[in-house]
Design a protein around this ligand. Structure first.
Ligand SMILES: [Zn+2]
Length: 162
């Protein structure tokens, strides 16, 4: 068994963004007692949300029971909101959290995928994600700020039944 990791790691991108050492694009969008939601840094498209634990955790298997209990409902809600933000055809939920082949602060990428993106890149699924990373075109900061504001407003509304 690995030694327990500290709950905040300076130099961990996720922790640095969570604690304000680095400002996330669009700011914090939503929070629960154990989880934070921000707009994705990088080229995964407009409306792509990051869902990550407040605590520095690098393996899903090491989430506390409380963290695990909050996760399902939050991913469901974040997926609905991310999809509504851009009129997505599908919303991917991915967790790779493996930087340079090493486990890093786990974070789900809740990625809304539109018909336009699939047409533009000629692919879907993991190949679409690869194409987006190769193109490396993060959305402009001012556009991310606006969509983060819309996401915050949607999270303030009571969750709706499916
Ligand atoms: Zn961290």
């Amino acid at each position: 068994m690995r030694a327990a990791e500290p709950s905040d790691v300076v130099g961990c991108e996720a922790c640095d963004l969570s604690t304000g050492r680095v400002h996330p694009p669009g700011g914090r969008i939503f929070e629960t007692s154990a989880w934070l939601v921000e707009h994705c840094v990088g080229p995964m498209g407009l409306g792509a949300l990051i869902v990550k634990p407040r605590r520095h955790v690098t393996h899903v298997a090491e989430l506390s029971d409380d963290e695990a209990d909050e996760l399902g409902p939050l991913l469901k809600r974040a997926s609905k909101i991310a999809g509504d933000l851009v009129g997505a055809e599908q919303v991917y939920n991915c967790l790779w959290s493996h930087a340079g082949g090493r486990p890093v602060h786990l974070h789900y990428v809740v990625q809304p995928v539109t018909d336009d993106q699939m047409t533009r890149h000629g692919s879907h699924g993991p190949l679409l994600q690869v194409a987006m990373f190769v193109n490396d075109e993060p959305p402009p900061a001012d556009v991310v700020e606006r969509i983060a504001d819309r996401a915050r407003a949607l999270f303030r509304e009571p969750p709706t039944a499916p």
